[in-house]
Write a protein that binds this ligand. Structure first.
Ligand SMILES: O=C(CO)[C@@H](O)[C@H](O)COP(=O)(O)O
Length: 224
């Protein structure tokens, strides 16, 4: 299984957004990770539809949209129309999660559920068969540049074992504090998709950093 790198647009330079979008277009990265924060579900406000429209216009890779918002059902169709290829909602923000997942699938987007660091993966057992991806938050959501929470590795291992039984094709995405220092451990635990903001955009050469992340993935695959 190929690992995917999804640079987090939250860490881009918004005064030079087109430049940073072109950087990701020309890089070895696989997806754009797009963090939508409402200032209620998380203590930060990021951006909304005008930025989504700009991304849709210029991005040449899939848009992986992570909704850190309350009442995500209200906005699913709008995000799909704005170009989202996958839509992630938080377990903690959904009262009728199965219905929300159905609504995402109805738009044609991939459906993903995110878990905050304190939420056990076991709570997903009955929804897992219908999901395309689970996003494991490895920091408390809201801000880029935070420190990776080590317990994430155990959560990924447990989720991988659960998925093997009911949905072997499930992708496991990890988000928060991902770097070349912990990628090897995350791959060994079973992660497939790596969201990285600070590690990429604060690097001297973001392009080379993405390349290095891809090399770590390739050498992990060779050693299997
Ligand atoms: O969802 C979030 C933060 O809530 C993430 O997508 C961050 O944007 C990842 O940034 P780094 O931790 O890699 O800097």
């Amino acid at each position: 299984m190929k690992h995917l790198i999804a640079p987090s647009v939250l860490s881009a330079d918004f005064a030079n957004l087109q430049r940073d979008i072109e950087m990701i277009n020309s890089s070895a990265a696989d997806w754009f990770h797009v963090d939508i924060m409402d200032g209620v579900f998380v203590p930060n406000i990021s951006f909304g539809f005008p930025v989504m429209e700009a991304l849709k216009k210029h991005a040449k890779k899939p848009l992986d949209v992570h909704l850190m918002i309350v009442n995500p059902d209200l906005y699913i169709e709008q995000f799909a129309a704005a170009g989202a290829n996958s839509i992630t909602v938080h377990y903690e923000a959904c009262v009728h999660l199965n219905k929300t997942v159905q609504a995402i699938h109805k738009t044609g987007a991939k459906a993903c559920v995110a878990l905050n660091p304190h939420t056990p993966v076991e709570l997903l057992i009955d929804i897992l068969p219908v999901l395309d991806m689970v996003l494991i938050m490895s920091v408390n959501p809201g801000f880029g540049g935070q420190q990776f929470i080590p317990n994430t590795l155990l959560k990924i291992r447990r989720l991988k074992a659960m998925a093997a039984a009911v949905n072997p094709g499930l992708l496991i995405e990890v988000d928060g504090g991902v770097s070349i220092q912990n990628m090897g451990d995350l791959i060994a635990a079973g992660a497939d998709v790596f969201v990285a903001g600070n590690a990429i955009f604060s690097a001297e050469s973001p392009l080379e950093m993405i390349e290095t992340m891809k090399d770590i993935s390739a050498s992990a695959l060779r050693s299997i």
